[in-house]
Design a protein. Structure first.
Length: 243
């Protein structure tokens, strides 16, 4: 018997496990450029300032070249004027607005001039003992600003003082702008923020020390609590025991 020819075994390809399968090559998109690094965070800018802020800053630095020249010229002109000069507009608009100024009828601005010093007197050489010479303990208990308000109030008896602020000084005098209101003006009467001054109980505010400068001089602004119990409502109400 002829042995049947056996077919040669066909070798099968072995599959390697985890072998990457061939895939069709896909186009690769170009890499995006790396974002530029952000600069270091700067300090936050301060909010916008108003015109009144810069006006106040200018008055704080009176030694600057511009303000020094202006004040020098102003004092030359003011020395030639009288004690009370009525002006159209406030010189320091920021301070005037802070004290309640409004550009409307019924407001009156007066620049008042007051002498400087603490009521110093000449020393008497003979005839009296030192206690009776009248040269000791004569300093005023009120500020020059309050004196300016009181004199202006007496000069214009039909007006009431709202407040005042310093505008200049030299070796002999100080100048203050005193803001006054007309309590009989229909514009002031119709203003709900200002018609309180039309009440009779607010009469003679400067004489009674009810203005901001007056309350500061009476110790009602910067002193509170223990030790100043007799300052309120007034020293006279406590028989002057708080001095």
């Amino acid at each position: 018997m002829v042995e049947e020819a056996k077919e040669a075994p066909v070798k099968k390809e072995r599959k390697v496990k985890n072998a990457p399968e061939a895939k069709e090559a896909t186009p690769v998109a170009p890499a995006a450029p790396a974002p530029a690094e952000k600069p270091a965070e700067t300090k936050k800018r301060a909010g916008s300032r108003s015109m009144y802020h810069y006006m106040g800053e200018a008055w704080k630095d009176l030694k600057s070249d511009d303000m020094k020249h202006l004040m020098w010229q102003r004092l030359i002109d003011w020395r030639k004027e009288g004690t009370f000069v009525r002006v159209d507009k406030p010189l320091r608009l920021d301070r005037a607005r802070a004290l309640g100024y409004k550009a409307k009828p019924g407001f009156v601005i007066v620049r008042a001039k007051v002498r400087r010093g603490g009521l110093r007197k000449h020393r008497i050489k003979k005839g009296r003992r030192p206690k009776r010479k009248g040269i000791l303990k004569i300093t005023m208990r009120k500020s020059i600003q309050r004196i300016a308000e009181e004199r202006t109030s007496k000069k214009y008896p039909n007006l009431e003082v709202l407040g005042s602020y310093w505008v200049g000084e030299d070796g002999r005098h100080k100048w203050f702008e005193v803001m006054m209101l007309d309590p009989c003006s229909p514009v002031i009467k119709s203003d709900p923020n200002l018609n309180w001054i039309c009440s009779p109980k607010h009469g003679n505010r400067a004489i009674r020390g009810l203005t901001p400068a007056g309350k500061k001089g009476r110790g009602l602004v910067r002193t509170k609590g223990m030790g100043v119990e007799k300052n309120r409502p007034s020293l006279r109400a406590h028989d002057r025991q708080g001095t």
